[in-house]
Design a protein around this ligand. Structure first.
Ligand code: GLU
Length: 295
């Protein structure tokens, strides 16, 4: 079942791909979840191109994403926005946090952090080495936001209650890196707040990020965090998530090989439990999402 209970009426959700490659079936599954839930329960969908990674993002991928979404029948309700046009928004948000004494400059490299924390096979928790470095005196471009210890709990629409303690997971959050690039974790929270996104629908690979994003949204003065729905992922035969960089089949290759939209939707919808692989229409997908949630 994609979701256990319906979202609140009139919600705003978003599809937020990074233009670092072509769309593949994993993205189609995500788009089905986003547009399917919006169509089933009357929400609006925004399209945000998350090109915060200025090294890997390419305009040709952005163009291809928009074209593939159009071919698939996923149209956003507003003109798309791109993160690289929104730097002043991120700067303003950082200033607001700074005014509350929540920002410091950080000169730590990955090596320095690993030396202090010891090797880890999971996520590296920043141990706060630069916590006392004032922003104004530092030459470093990197900025961190203090994440004091607190446990965040939220109700995922599919998975139920989740609890996370960001200070134990990642420590103080990197908002801008040493090359002055805004990080995903920071930009996504500022964007969701600015665009009034109140339902975030995305893959469960991002579940561990949710607590820290809620904590940051609170620090930015957001009175109520968005609701969250983390959907299952398409995995390959070895159990790993599909990825553009590993060259999993792109939507445009499926299209060029003669597959039609319903076939591509049907193949992607398997991961969401909405199809057995048979071709399926948008209308049918929305109906299946709705029926499962209200049963
Ligand atoms: N840009 C992220 C990605 O492509 C999605 C971010 C999100 O939905 O929060 O995986």
């Amino acid at each position: 079942m994609l979701l256990k209970r319906p979202p609140a009426n009139g919600f705003v959700t978003r599809f937020a791909p990074a233009p670092t490659g072509f769309l593949h079936l994993g993205h189609v599954a995500s788009a089905i979840a986003v547009w399917g839930v919006a169509r089933a329960f009357g929400g609006r969908v925004l399209l945000r191109l998350e090109d915060h990674d200025q090294v890997r993002s390419r305009p040709e991928y952005e163009e291809a994403i928009i074209e593939d979404l159009h071919w698939l029948g996923f149209e956003p309700d507003e003109a798309p926005v791109r993160q690289s046009d929104r730097h002043s928004l991120y700067r303003d948000a950082l200033h607001r946090l700074h005014a509350h004494g929540l920002v410091y400059a950080c000169g730590c490299s990955r090596k320095t952090i690993e030396r202090a924390t010891g090797p880890s096979d999971g996520e590296i928790r920043y141990p706060g080495l630069c916590r006392d470095t004032p922003v104004d005196s530092a030459a470093e471009a990197a900025r961190r936001v203090r994440m004091d210890r607190c446990t965040i709990s939220f109700e995922d629409l599919r998975l139920g209650r989740i609890e996370q303690t960001p200070s134990d997971q990642c420590g103080d959050l990197l908002a801008r890196d040493r090359l002055s690039h805004w990080t995903y974790q920071f930009a996504v929270v500022v964007d969701d707040l600015d665009q009034n996104v109140d339902l975030v629908i995305r893959g469960e690979d991002l579940l561990t990020s949710t607590g820290r994003q809620i904590q940051l949204s609170e620090l930015l003065g957001r009175p109520m965090p968005p609701a969250f729905l983390h959907h299952p992922l398409i995995v390959d035969a070895t159990g790993s998530k599909l990825s553009k960089s590993r060259g999993d089949t792109a939507v445009r290759e499926l299209r060029a090989s003669g597959q039609n939209v319903e076939q591509v939707l049907g193949a992607a919808a398997v991961a969401l439990g909405l199809s057995q692989g048979e071709p399926v229409s948008h209308l049918e997908l929305a109906a299946r999402i709705k029926d499962a949630a209200v049963d």
